[in-house]
Design a protein around this ligand. Structure first.
Ligand SMILES: Nc1ncnc2c1ncn2[C@@H]1O[C@H](COP(=O)(O)OP(=O)(O)OP(=O)(O)O)[C@@H](O)[C@H]1O
Ligand code: NI
Length: 259
């Protein structure tokens, strides 16, 4: 479904008046997301996770310079971003709840997202129920939502067009365990059949029970691609040393660090 081959991303930066330099933020990333898969991209702050999300959505700023190849269902996402893809076949659940329009009620925003995705007949209440929110939320403004509700509204907006690929950028940050697990469960349900999810997070332990595979990013570099099942025991089945170190550093595994 999604294939990245040697994808690099750099930015032009002006040093002084005439010196122009390139700063590389993603370095030769290669990985795939298969139909039905839920793949986590894990990395600390500044690893390049949101940049990767924006690259896949064709939302990078003009001074960004992408190299390599990125294919979605056989079409290249590299130069002219294919029309009719974003918000329909590929959707982003953004990291920042500031993406909600503060001046519009939730129901109206869901209808707009539906229209952008080519569906004029979206029922906001059904979309809200789908993410575990009650019908009355449709009449609220974003300022009247709790953090957990706002995240679920963002999720409803991103799901409105039934995307084949959903890129969820830190969808559970700042949420209590109940709200977090609700969102993660909905993402797990989403990833089946022809539909896949790329789940961006810094919280490996919260997502491990749900995801199929884990891509580890650090400072724009790929440090490992692992099957989620291999994060078990002492981590002997993990391919990369870095993944083993991450696994052994989780609080519940401290025992193994001394084994
Ligand atoms: N438009 C830009 N121009 C230049 N550098 C940028 C730009 N956007 C982001 N960066 C830099 O790229 C790096 C990766 O940023 P990114 O937002 O992808 O990190 P992240 O992994 O999503 O972090 P977080 O977990 O904090 O959201 C950072 O060092 C950031 O400063
Ligand atoms: Ni980010």
């Amino acid at each position: 479904m999604l294939t990245l081959s040697n994808l690099s991303l750099s930015f032009h930066r002006y040093g002084g008046l005439i010196r122009r330099e390139q700063v590389e933020r993603l370095s030769a990333l290669s990985f795939t997301v298969a139909p039905g898969e839920l793949v986590a991209v894990v990395g600390t702050s500044g690893a390049g996770k949101s940049l990767l999300a924006h690259a896949i959505l064709g939302l990078l700023p003009p001074n960004a310079n992408l190299k390599g190849e990125m294919m979605f269902k056989g079409a290249s996402l590299m130069n002219d971003y294919p029309k009719g893809l974003r918000g329909k076949q590929i959707a982003l659940m953004p990291q920042d709840i500031g993406h909600l329009d503060p001046l519009a009620k939730v129901g109206a925003q869901i209808r707009w997202s539906g229209r952008r995705a080519g569906n004029d007949k979206v029922d906001p209440v059904a979309q809200l129920l789908d993410v575990g929110l009650s019908p009355e939320v449709a009449d609220r403004f974003p300022s009247e939502l709790s953090g957990g509700m706002a995240r679920r509204v963002l999720m409803a907006l991103s799901l409105v067009g039934s995307p084949n690929l959903l890129v969820a950028d830190e969808p559970t940050v700042g949420l209590d365990p109940d709200n977090r697990d609700r969102i993660l469960k909905r993402l797990r349900d989403q990833a089946s059949g022809e539909r896949s999810v790329l789940l961006i997070t810094h919280d490996l332990s919260a997502v491990l029970p749900l995801v199929d595979r884990v891509v580890i990013l650090d400072q724009g570099r790929l440090l490992g691609i692992e099957r989620a099942d291999d994060f078990s025991g002492s981590g002997i089945d993990l391919q990369s040393e870095h993944a083993r170190a991450l696994w052994q550093a989780l609080p519940q595994n401290e025992f193994y660090s001394y084994a």
